[in-house]
Design a protein around this ligand. Structure first.
Ligand SMILES: [Zn+2]
Length: 72
């Protein structure tokens, strides 16, 4: 499980302006208006969270590998 209170810097797909949002917020409200270009950004939160979980899993296995090396 991932901590949904984690804040992420989400770049606007139009202009790249970053906005800080909690994963929890993205899940409940994946739409937001970019403060820079005023466009409505609609994030596909289900895909987004999946990607994020995959990233977390990779990080975890990398950590495990690193710990194994240290214990040798
Ligand atoms: Zn924008």
């Amino acid at each position: 499980m991932i901590n949904k209170n984690v804040e992420l810097d989400i770049p606007c797909p139009e202009c790249g302006y970053k906005r800080r949002l909690k994963i929890k917020e993205l899940e409940t409200n994946p739409k937001y208006v970019c403060r820079n270009c005023k466009k409505t950004v609609n994030l596909d939160s289900s895909k987004f969270v999946k990607d994020l979980e995959a990233t977390f899993e990779n990080t975890k296995s990398e950590l495990r590998k690193a710990i194994k090396k240290l214990n040798k």
